[in-house]
Design a protein around this ligand. Sequence first.
Ligand code: FES
Ligand SMILES: [Fe+2]
Length: 423
Amino acid sequence: MQNSWHGLTWPSNDYSRVPYGVFSNPEIFAEEQERIFRGPVWTNIALEAEIPQAGDYRTSYVGDTAVVAVRGDDGEVHAFVNRCAHRGTLLVRDQLGNTKDFTCIYHHWCYDLKGNLIGVPFLRGLKGKGGMPEDFKMAEHGLRMLRVECYRSAVFVTFDENAEDIQSYLGPDGVEFLDRMFHKPIKILGYMRQRIPSNWKLYLENLKDANHAGLLHQMPVTFGLWRNTQTGGSKLDRLKRHEIHYGYIDTDTEEDAISGYEGVQSFNDQLTLNDACIVDYVPEWGDNISSQFLSMFPGTVFQQFANTIATRQVRPRKTNEFELFWTVFGYADDDEQALRRRIMQNNLAGPAGIVSMEDGEAPHLVQRAVGHNPEGHSLIAYGGTGPIEDQTTVITEVAVRGFWKYYCELMDVPVARQAQAAE
Ligand code: FES
Ligand SMILES: [Fe+2]
């Protein structure tokens, strides 16, 4: 069958329909690791502020591959696959630390900060017996190093030596986003992590669908942090794989909200807060953008939600599970009040966040309904099914179609031609 792919058919090349089997097929999961995560993409694995000194390291993931970022003696950031070159043991087990070298716990092979193998116990055996073969050369058994590029405070890696550079990958809007977020030195505030029982791509769909934010999340809608009646939209990169969606506070009135949300439960004008500190957004970037997310293909997120700033990393684990890892930060010059505001507002985000817990539950509910039955497909048509381009409304799913377009390109999916409206 011309358009069969892992037994699935991709219904149309406007990407408005996603076959549900893509969320539960282990072969597709394995192929994604190879073609996407170990392909020509960049993944944010650390922030430079986490590893300022020589020997500082941070463990992370690219897809389901464990990796390490380390500051070398040369001041540069290096990165390698977290796997001993001898028999494949996980080399570094801490999340963060400082070291002069990395020694594997199993047989004590030792590597320098650039991943060179510098020590093998009993290399020549003992008393003429045992040891490694004569022709074994340590220089040929270093760690699998990754290409690293830093932009602003963010450390990115790729497995692909031929991938475009990080600024080109981000595109002008992505660069501008990071320029705004990292316009001055940051300070790490902490980490959060959660396991979400859904396929990783359902979370990317959630992120790129600004429309849901004004419906699923009663808290920001009711208290004005994010509403579909406010000015907002989304910007896409040239290949439609990344998205920035943004919303401006105070661009609607209570009357706009009441009439726009008439009959919709997510806006409840009867609710009040005894303590409004959690929604007390104070503009600090010279604009009124109250929420702005950059979701980079495949699984890196930069978040400004009110005064919280953070990265989120999507770490696929299996077809129906991923880990979401949050690195929460503020600015180095935050005074006590600014710091307290960020920390309080972080109660909106994270595993138990008043808003974010709903973003964990929604993909889980999709997985529950489609994970055991690959038949059928979704419909992604808010904003129309025409060209995939920037949007000046948040009532749109166009960016979700952009994600699937690039996904299909990297995965070499045969896509049916009977599009409603091809790009
Ligand atoms: S597996 Fe690491 S030293 Fe043997
Ligand atoms: Fe959400």
